[in-house]
Design a protein around this ligand. Structure first.
Ligand SMILES: [Zn+2]
Length: 73
């Protein structure tokens, strides 16, 4: 898995389903990446949106690789 960093705050995105994809461009303002988690409501990534959102990948081969998501709501 590749770690995705929010281009707005530079934090690590843990909820890829909320990502707001924007077309890549040279003039885009990109924050320095940090190991801190992104707290943006809509993390911004300058990438083309994937054809299929990886929201429910079947982890049949290595189910132990799942990362527990923390939800406080
Ligand atoms: Zn962010």
């Amino acid at each position: 898995m590749t770690t995705i960093h929010c281009k707005f705050c530079g934090g690590v995105i843990h909820a890829p389903t909320n990502i707001e994809y924007r077309p890549p461009r040279a003039s885009a303002q990109v924050a320095l990446t940090t190991p801190e988690p992104c707290t943006c409501e809509r993390p911004i990534v300058y990438e083309h949106a994937p054809v299929e959102p990886p929201e429910d990948e079947p982890a049949a081969e290595h189910p132990s690789a799942r990362v527990p998501a923390t939800r406080s709501a």
